[in-house]
Design a protein around this ligand. Structure first.
Ligand code: URA
Length: 209
């Protein structure tokens, strides 16, 4: 089973409380989601491998650490996932960005990909799949299915708020992936919203309703 971690750094928790407030406007919401995403990227990248390299400081030659291993790609699930991308890129600026969009056919209830555009070396990369809300887990499961179908094997799913139902469903469907969230909330309501949650993350990020 992959990791499940609630990232409880005080700055993350504080900023998450701020964005839960229904009175926070679009500009502040977007900026704070960016900040939380940067802080989460710092925590999520904690296990990145390092290698020794020889360098020459102005004083002596020495052997020090640098990042090695797989390069990163950030994959937002459209549309709300877009809100987390810039904050992660602030910390990992060389990461590539793939996009994945899905809808569920209203009659067949079957998932359909309507947009998938990924770096060509997706199979070589460490993927950070991002979506602020892990509610039922449906879109995360479908997105990860779509990525694995294209060769992805190293996946971390990063969200701001998760419902227990979504975590369970995602872990059952994809036991190999790591899941990181800033909060494990109480439940889902009958409309599929996370409780207490923060409302519709896409609408709050983009000012739509
Ligand atoms: N998607 C959202 O944006 N919010 C929720 O609470 C659940 C799903």
């Amino acid at each position: 089973m992959g990791k499940f971690e609630v990232l409880d750094h005080p700055l993350i928790q504080h900023k998450l409380t701020l964005i839960r407030d229904k009175n926070m406007g679009t500009k502040d919401f977007r900026e704070t989601v960016n900040e939380i995403s940067t802080l989460m990227a710092y925590e999520v990248s904690r296990d990145m491998p390092l290698e020794d390299v020889e360098i020459e400081t102005p004083i002596i030659k020495t052997t020090r650490k640098q990042l090695t291993g797989k390069k990163v790609a950030v994959v937002p699930i459209l549309r709300a996932g877009l809100g987390m991308v810039d904050g992660i890129l602030d910390l990992i600026p060389a990461a590539k960005v793939g996009h994945i969009g899905m809808y569920r056919d209203e009659t067949t209830l079957k998932p359909h990909e309507y947009f998938v555009k990924l770096p060509s070396d997706i199979d070589q990369r460490q993927l950070f799949v991002v979506d602020p809300m892990l509610a039922t887990g449906g879109s995360a499961i479908m997105a990860i299915d779509a990525l694995k179908k294209r060769g992805a094997s190293s996946i971390k799913f990063v969200c701001l708020v998760a419902a227990p139902e979504g975590v369970k469903a995602l872990q059952e469907a994809h036991p190999d992936i790591d899941i990181y969230t800033a909060s494990l909330d109480d439940s889902l309501n009958e409309d599929g919203y996370i409780v207490p949650g923060l409302g519709d993350a896409g609408d709050r990020l983009f000012g739509t309703k």
